[in-house]
Design a protein around this ligand. Sequence first.
Ligand SMILES: C[S@@+](CC[C@H](N)C(=O)[O-])C[C@H]1O[C@@H](n2cnc3c(N)ncnc32)[C@H](O)[C@@H]1O
Length: 302
Amino acid sequence: MTYNRNKNNTLKVGTFFSGIGSPEKALDRLKNEGVIKDYKVEFFSEIDKNAIKSYCAIHNVSENLNLGNIVDIQGKNLPYCDLWIGGFPCQDISCAGKMKGFNLKSSTRSSLGWEMIRLLKEVKEKPKYVIFENVAMITSKKFKNTLELFKKDLIDIGYTLYDDVLCASDFGIPQQRKRYFLIAILDKRNDFSFPEPKENKLVLKDFLENDIDEKYYLSNDIYEIDNEDDKLIFTNKNNENKKYKIDFDKFLTGGVCGKDMACKFNQSSRLHSELGNAPTITASNTADNCKIVIGGSFSICE
Ligand SMILES: C[S@@+](CC[C@H](N)C(=O)[O-])C[C@H]1O[C@@H](n2cnc3c(N)ncnc32)[C@H](O)[C@@H]1O
């Protein structure tokens, strides 16, 4: 973005659906890299009590900055910000949910994104920049019309829009995480282009901790290891339904390399090689979410 034109100013920021504030972490990084001089959180908006506590601890700000439920916020009361950010709820857009959509007035959680547009209409002085973020599925045929209406409203308010789907693995993070970004800029003289994908040499292994309790591994004491059609089969000695199948060749090339045979959820049943990318971790079914195959020594039953 071209914010470095105002490099001497502190960027005033307000976020909605703030969660634990990952965009604020990105702003920390931009500050460390000298792209912005500094930034200040003028307000955030979050309803989850654990997220609020985490947000305040991570960003060292007071809970008084939390405006709470976006539905209750009055635009005319908002302090001026240069930048608004909102990664609005994705439950009704994501293929992991029921895909009810985010039509205006549909009362789905994802339709709360329109509340930011309401506030943009109500606020005394509009932010120069607004960033919306959601799952890539928002660009699919099913949601295209709603997204077009959403964008049209922003254009009618005076913003110029830029949007794209970016994948984390193209930007130095070994994770298959595709996200839609919609950048709205008030000043028409400002131009913007998304960063080009970069070659990523890092794999999941580069981010894994070394000292992990033994209980998180499949051990030879509890699992019997067999070889079947070039696949390694780990079977629980006390419950033979608990079984993991691993393709060693796929393990070496990275990506999905096996299956948790007892897991009934297709996505969660996949085993991922530490030599490739991590999957997107879903918000549901978290205890059974991401299984990683790491290299190591084991003995095969004869
Ligand atoms: C997709 S998450 C956003 C995560 C965030 N970008 C982060 O970095 O952690 C959506 C967030 O919106 C919050 N939320 C849901 N309904 C809300 C509402 N009515 N007002 C404010 N926040 C809400 C949820 O609690 C959740 O933390």
